[in-house]
Design a protein around this ligand. Structure first.
Ligand SMILES: Nc1ncnc2c1ncn2[C@@H]1O[C@H](COP(=O)(O)OP(=O)(O)OP(=O)(O)O)[C@@H](O)[C@H]1O
Length: 251
């Protein structure tokens, strides 16, 4: 589905990403790991259209999409979360999901002004869809709370629901377990696996929690100082001497 070939990104004199390649198929979980500052988020930013890569290709179903703006990439079904939660804090939980759906579909201004039957039907569908995903991430009871008042773990789940209401093919999660307690991490683990198994979503994950990564990934890509260090199945990565050295070097 998605192929990243020889990606590079330069910021002035710093080559933050240098020759990174990866592939992800439908219904696959691929994780990008590496020490702090390795270039993981920069890879995400290049794939999701926040940066125009300096070099390399990003292909979706064989079609090059590198350099397209983020909103066009998300309309192709590739959506992401951020390292730091970005919700509309003063809106309610459910409003956050309704806005996400509106921003994703082209809504007709006139239909909205005159509240035509088709507009009302779409509104109802959006509401049902939002409620469905709130239930799935265990936030339905909190639908009318202000998003900014939710606990941190709940905000992270709301972010995932906000991606899912747009019916993506691929979800890109940037450190979703950061700041979660063990119970919340376990719930997140189950949620991610369910998105893959039950909704056929491809998931690209950046995560520092190694037990989460090792437990759910089909494939792991390791980058170090912007460059590819290793890639393979979790058991291959766990025992790879170069990977062990890169991580020990960080401590
Ligand atoms: N917009 C930018 N301008 C200049 N330098 C940047 C920019 N974004 C990232 N960098 C630099 O690129 C390098 C890689 O950063 P990046 O955030 O991609 O790493 P990371 O692997 O995601 O790190 P972490 O695990 O700490 O989040 C770092 O040296 C960082 O300072």
């Amino acid at each position: 589905m998605l192929e990243v070939e020889n990606l590079s990104m330069r910021f002035g004199g710093l080559l933050a990403v240098d020759g990174v390649s990866l592939k992800i198929s439908d219904k696959e979980i691929v994780s990008i790991i590496g020490p702090n500052g390795a270039g993981k988020t920069t890879v995400f930013n290049c794939i999701s259209g926040f940066y125009r890569p300096t070099g390399g290709k990003v292909k979706l179903d064989g079609v090059e999409i590198q350099g397209l703006p983020d909103y066009k990439i998300s309309r192709k079904g590739m959506v992401r979360t951020f390292q730091h939660v970005r919700l509309f804090n003063s809106m309610t939980v459910i409003e956050n999901l309704l806005v996400a759906q509106h921003r994703h579909v082209n809504t007709n201004l006139l239909a909205g002004l005159f509240t035509t039957p088709s507009y009302r039907r779409k509104e109802r569908e959006a509401m049902d869809h939002a409620a469905y995903w709130l239930e799935k991430v265990n936030l339905l009871d909190l639908a009318n709370r202000e998003a900014g008042n939710l606990a941190y773990g709940q905000q992270r789940r709301l972010e995932i629901a906000r991606c899912m209401v747009t019916k993506p093919r691929m979800l890109m999660l940037d450190e979703p377990a950061a700041g979660l307690n063990p119970r919340e991490t376990k719930d997140l683990d189950e949620l991610i696996v369910s998105l893959k198994e039950d909704y056929n979503i491809a998931i690209l994950l950046i995560e520092h929690d190694m037990s989460l990564v090792m437990g759910i990934s089909d494939e792991i890509v390791v980058i170090n100082q912007g460059q590819p260090l290793a890639s393979g199945k979790p058991e291959e990565i766990r025992t790879n001497p170069d990977v062990i050295k890169a991580y020990l070097g960080e401590v």
